[in-house]
Design a protein around this ligand. Structure first.
Ligand code: FMN
Length: 314
């Protein structure tokens, strides 16, 4: 079976997802050290802060080639973020929340690999046409921002695999080795895990946020703000405020105003479980511990090997 290990300089076909307020230099370096792709999430960082996190990751790992940066393209500073990362020697970029045409050519011209996050086969085809090396196909179960079409990972992966010739990395609802084995059976060449990595020792999520994941149950998350920027949230007081606004037909501007108070930072980094925004995927209720990244990766690999049909081992 061909995995993303032939495209990327990693030992296991796994990506620790880029996540606002969660995946800083420490988490990315721990992931690189554990043999997978470690991603610094630039979404919540000004270019100067991104520079600090990449530098920190470079200090903490002997595998700089396994470091990547996720740049959501909806922010105004995305070009500067990409420039900072390039200057520090980053060669792998995961772009999301925007058109794959915007920077792919330019990044490829700088000897980089570009992976774009998509939520439908149509966007995957556009990403391939734009020259991307691979796509992350992210299902509706995923934590964080999400596609509007509500396509689940189980339905999405085989459709994207059939639609493009570049490697497809599955994301959304993968929390253990069984999930990794399942998406590889669907034709994925690797898996990207987000929520699972929030609850690790090295993630910069506040401990209250990690504990909230451990206490969650199967109905604890909901896709919100579909009119504005769809995002899957852990249900709390902030979620109820968003829902109340949506139920009475609030405008995009009203939702923007509610979010404008730094709610994501308040919830995920500062640990305010009532007033803060907590981005979490449906798989949260399968998570029962806060391991180190090294222990988690070893466990995922063992579980995946035990779950795959014979002949599918990597
Ligand atoms: C707390 C959190 C923050 C996230 N932030 C980003 C982000 O900044 N950029 C992005 O492309 N995806 C973001 N995501 C999505 C992840 O990169 C990943 O694709 C997703 O978490 C996979 O689904 P899972 O949570 O079910 O594992 C975020 C997810 C979480 C849980």
């Amino acid at each position: 079976m061909k995995t993303i290990c032939s495209l990327l300089p990693i030992s296991y076909p796994l990506i620790q997802a880029g996540m606002v307020w969660v995946s800083g230099g420490k988490l990315a370096a721990a992931s690189a050290n554990a043999g997978i792709l470690g991603v610094v999430g630039a979404g919540s960082m000004k270019p100067e802060l991104l520079e600090k996190h990449i530098s920190k990751a470079l200090k903490l790992t002997n595998h700089p080639e396994r470091l990547a940066v996720n740049v959501p393209l909806l922010y105004t500073k995305s070009k500067e973020q990409l420039e900072v990362a390039l200057q520090l020697g980053i060669k792998i970029f995961i772009t999301s929340a925007g058109s794959p045409k915007t920077y792919t050519d330019w990044l490829k011209g700088q000897d980089s690999k570009v992976i774009h996050v998509v939520s439908s086969p149509e966007f995957a085809i556009k990403s391939e046409a734009a020259g991307c090396d691979a796509v992350v196909a992210e299902g509706f179960e995923a934590g964080g921002h999400n596609g509007r079409d509500e396509i689940t990972t189980l339905s999405l992966i085989p459709q994207v695999v059939d639609a493009v010739n570049i490697p497809v990395i599955a994301a959304g609802g993968i929390g253990d080795g069984r999930g990794i084995a399942a998406v590889m059976c669907l034709g994925a060449s690797g898996a990207q895990l987000g929520t699972r990595f929030v609850a690790t020792v090295e993630s910069s999520a506040h401990d209250n946020f990690k504990q909230a994941i451990l206490s969650s149950h199967s109905g604890s998350t909901m896709l919100s703000m579909k009119k504005y920027v769809p995002v899957r949230l852990l249900k709390n007081k902030f979620y109820e405020e968003v829902k109340a606004l949506e139920d009475r037909g609030a405008t995009k501007e009203e939702l923007e105003k509610l979010l404008g108070h730094g709610r994501a930072r308040l919830g995920m980094l500062e640990g305010n479980l009532e007033e803060g925004e907590l981005e979490v995927g449906q798989i949260a209720s399968l998570i029962h511990d806060i391991p180190t990244v090294e222990n988690l990766v070893q466990r995922l690999i063992q579980e995946q090997r035990m779950s795959l049909p014979v002949g599918c081992f990597f």
